[in-house]
Ligand binder design. Structure first.
Ligand code: SF4
Length: 211
């Protein structure tokens, strides 16, 4: 039981000594440090080069990511790719991951609807993210949405008020927060969607200037 992290309630016990990204990915695949391993199809670990200069951190994998086993491959990920290109960020310089590595959802008819992870689940999964940051050592970390921002910058952090402003942190030279791209897709009208997208690109331009 303890081998899979269940006894300790945190993934930290599973993080290998002298971690590398392949070693971490392999160890995380068997993680059962919180109950989300029972709802997600598989662990969705981060992706990108070890030398990545920028790390994007989202909340958790979505439906498409859960099925593919890869982060940011669904509609929100595609929107982020487009915004990065517009902001002049080289996609190959980025590592993408989430604070929680399994998909939390509830059934609604035949659909699986995203559910926000709780603080216990975020804390249980945090050692994986810390290990990724430790191996990649990004110059800039970009928190996508409130869950990632509050996990990394404190529970008082408000993305609505503090987005796009570089924050000093021990985690990287700069940490900055913006919205999660999925929130742009959920905007009520096309006009709102366009405005939210442009604000997102503006935040990513600030990120590009930090590199
Ligand atoms: S969500 Fe994180 S801590 Fe929970 S089982 Fe999955 S990998 Fe482990």
């Amino acid at each position: 039981m303890s081998e899979q992290g269940e006894l300790f309630g945190t993934a930290g016990v599973l993080v290998p000594d002298r971690p590398t990204l392949p070693k971490l990915r392999e160890a995380a695949a068997g993680c059962r440090a919180c109950d989300l391993w029972t709802t997600g199809t598989q662990t969705v670990f981060g992706e990108g080069r070890r030398e990545a200069e920028i790390m994007f951190v989202g909340e958790q994998p979505g439906n498409d990511e859960d099925l593919a086993g890869r982060p940011f491959v669904g509609p929100a990920g595609k929107l982020m790719d487009k915004a990065m290109e517009e902001a002049g960020i080289d996609r190959s310089l980025a590592y993408v991951t989430n604070v929680v590595k399994h998909f939390k959802w509830e059934p609604r008819g035949k659909r699986r609807i995203h559910q926000k992870p709780n603080w216990g689940e975020i804390a249980a999964c945090r050692p994986w993210l810390d290990a990724e940051i430790g191996v990649v050592k990004p110059r800039v970390i970009v928190c996508l949405g409130a869950t990632a921002a509050q996990a990394l910058l404190g529970r008082q952090f408000r993305v609505t008020k503090q987005r796009g402003v570089p924050v000093e942190s021990d985690l990287a030279r700069t940490v900055i927060a913006t919205v999660h791209p999925s929130s742009i897709l959920r905007a009520d009208t096309e006009e709102d969607r366009q405005a939210a997208y442009e604000a997102f690109v503006a935040d990513l331009r600030t990120v590009a200037e930090l590199l």
